[in-house]
Design a protein around this ligand. Structure first.
Ligand code: GNR
Ligand code: NI
Length: 167
């Protein structure tokens, strides 16, 4: 296993649209294991392949308290979305920045598992928020893209400054 490098906003690679996984093979299973290790080490509650510069439609999520409920979604698609909720979000690609984003309250997501078999899952609460946040990443969308232009510019300056200081 390996810890992968996480891209930081405003890296243009975070805006690439990921391509579907055409075959769930050992390469994909290794990527999922390495992404899970990277997510737990960070620590975070989710990670999209886009964040580790792999532009394939694969996300890992674990919103459990004990970090013992890993979920892997390959080619995830939201098939139904209901309600709306506003909640504070953060992102491993935008360290130190937290702000409110509106998301659907409950969703049904369809995906392939690590065995290559399709499944559907109903999700609400933090799990639903996290899945929406991760699918956004696969579409090249970072949570700050949901904020005002003014906030985006401030965040961009702050992270560029911090990147300079830590070189
Ligand atoms: O660790 C994370 N926490 C989080 C909190 C609120 C809403 C979304 C998230 S996802 C984030 C990890 C991450 O950046 N995934 O892409
Ligand atoms: Ni994120």
């Amino acid at each position: 296993m390996a810890i992968l490098n996480i891209l930081h906003y405003p890296d243009p690679r975070l805006h690439k649209v990921a391509k579907p996984v055409d075959q769930v093979d050992d390469e994909i299973r290794t990527l999922a294991a390495n992404m899970a290790e990277t997510m737990y080490a960070a620590p975070g509650i989710g990670l999209a392949a886009t964040q580790v510069d792999v532009h394939r439609r694969l996300i890992v999520v674990d919103v459990s308290e004990n970090k013992d409920d890993l979920r892997v979604f390959i080619n995830p698609e939201i098939v139904t979305a209901e309600g709306a909720r506003e909640g504070e979000e953060g992102c491993l690609s935008v360290p130190g920045v937290y702000d409110k984003v509106e998301r659907a309250e409950s969703i049904t997501v369809k995906a392939l598992g690590l065995d290559g078999k399709p499944f559907k899952l109903d999700a609400e609460g933090l799990l639903a928020v996290c899945i929406q946040h991760e699918i956004d990443h696969l579409n090249g969308v970072v949570f700050v893209d949901h904020l005002s232009r003014l906030k985006q510019n401030r965040i961009r300056l702050k992270l560029k400054k911090r990147a300079r200081e830590t070189m």
